[in-house]
Design a protein around this ligand. Sequence first.
Ligand SMILES: [Zn+2]
Length: 403
Amino acid sequence: VSDDPIELLTQLVRIPSVNPMGRSVDGLSSQGDGNIWLEGRLTAFLLDRLNGGAFKIDMQEVEPQRSNLLVTLPAATPPGKGGRWLLWDVHQDTVPIDGMIVPPFEALRENGRLYGRGACDVKGSMAAMLIALERLREVPAGRRPTVTLVLSVNEEFGFSGASDAARKLTSGDIYPAMPDAAIVAEPTEFQVVVTHKGVVRWRIETHGKACHSSAPDQGDNAIYRMGRVLGGLDEYARTVVGTLGHEPLLGSPTLSVGTIAGGVSVNTVPDFCTIDVDRRMAPDEDGAAAMAHVAEWLKSHGLADGVTHSAPVMSSRGLKAAGGERLAETVLAATHAAGITSAKVGVPFGTDAPAYSCLGIPAVVWGPGSIAQAHTKDEWIEEAAVHAYVDLLVEHAVRFAES
Ligand SMILES: [Zn+2]
């Protein structure tokens, strides 16, 4: 087993673990590319590498072919008996490969960069966390915290893996104690993310009555109705949603309509129209309440007849800075000690971190690479940043044990 994180990253990128993003994998398989989907093959590789490594491994099935791995390196003093307990979270899934202009699963290396799907988001961090955990074994057990590495599934479409892992880790199943802190790996260029927005997405449908377009007054045009709803949502987005919260590092909540569909043919008055709504929330907002506020506002403006709202297609809370201050300071100190410029920041994207923080585990998001290279057609990561992350994780863990 090699201790070179780039060699390991190469292996990780060459094992596809693509998130179907809500689509049925059975349908995708029948199109001939079934072998790239879901995390199962990567999980098997990780198990194989970690077995025999003096770790305690808990496998947690979230869905068929989709299992979290919780990999624990015990310290001299266990959690619950006075020892500190640190979580590292890194997700196994990647986004799909449509439109990529570099080979997604070859892990090509050029000019200090490694290219491929997941290189930046977030297998570079995964390679570093695995090597760092193996390296921490060499640190005397009295000088390090208990570390549990959570290799989570389904981050890119709903964060369900981390939510299940957080529940297990706080249930007393593994130790009769609460984890003290969680570091969630995402490309942040080693900035320490202490807060980010939440998101709730849902579908709004308008209903009408279909008829031949030569006699439109005999029907009820669902597209016209949606036009009125859209006018209302435009006003709501410009003048209302921004007043519902404000965070200095994040700004205000937002609302955006991203898709529209309706009607069957130009010579039929349409009886349906649908839109998809994306509402970014302040960290303390709740998805159901945010949706209810929109529905109530439409109703109070006479825009509720023939309008229905779906259940949330996706709902994820934001990350609150409160409670994570001490963790952020130790992470920042380790980063500065390595000579890397870093600060506490807020970011606009969602992560696994709220899954931990909403159960009372302080969490920050911190890792190598830039979000500008995540999900892109030529995704890459700087190899030097992956090496640096290994050292930073070990350094931070030792400091954390003493903090
Ligand atoms: Zn990610």
